[in-house]
Design a protein around this ligand. Structure first.
Ligand code: 5GP
Length: 187
């Protein structure tokens, strides 16, 4: 392996921040009919930790998305590869997303979910790259902002690798890290 990963947020920092987010959601959502909509694949680790820090009754559902792009950049063309298993009509939805980069994926997703008539629709995102915003999307609970760097770990991949790192790091390009092929990115 020639790529190197420089640690950006270590495991302790991630766990502390996710616990804070869970506590905030717990106090904001008491008495609501909560469903966490987890955006696969990248959010699965964050969602597993966040769900256990929300001290309220809730259900969890999953939505598979594929964003097409050139390896590390989305084009905004998004396909639902696996849909929710149940209706969200009348329910209080929290979309759990790993990273909001340009905002194109989240904008598409929120438009799509809104047509299903949830009672409320909010977003919990672990990471946000403000410098790359193309569409402003509301983020109700945010973990960290990051600079314009490509991050991996804690569920986030590059070419399907690195999802199992317990920390988030920056992929430092080596010979094989820069050979991204066309196809699906992130998710
Ligand atoms: P968007 O640009 O539409 O906001 O982000 C599209 C998707 O690209 C994100 O949901 C995420 O899966 C992926 N993505 C964006 N930035 C990064 C990044 O720095 N690292 C990784 N691994 N995926 C990213």
């Amino acid at each position: 392996m020639t790529e190197r990963v420089k640690v950006l947020f270590d495991e302790t920092r991630l766990q502390e921040r996710v616990a804070q987010m869970g506590a905030q959601i717990t106090s904001a959502c008491r008495g609501q009919d909560l469903v966490l909509v987890v955006v696969l694949k990248g959010s699965f680790v964050f969602a597993a930790d966040l769900a256990r820090r929300i001290d309220l009754p809730l259900t969890v559902d999953f939505l598979g998305l594929r964003s097409y792009g050139d390896g590390t950049e989305t084009s905004g063309v998004v396909q639902i590869t696996s849909d929710l298993s149940r209706s969200i009509e009348g329910r209080d939805v929290i979309v759990v997303e790993d990273i909001v980069d340009t905002g194109l994926t989240m904008a598409y997703l929120l438009d799509n979910l809104r047509t299903r008539r949830p009672r409320s629709l909010r977003v919990a995102a672990l990471l946000h790259k403000p410098a790359r915003t193309r569409i402003v999307v509301p983020i109700d609970w945010l973990g960290f902002t990051v600079d314009d760097v490509f991050v991996v770990g804690y569920g986030l991949d590059h070419a399907e690798r690195y999802r199992n790192l317990p920390y988030i790091g920056v992929l430092e390009p080596g010979p094989s890290a820069t050979t991204g092929t066309s196809g699906a990115v992130g998710s």
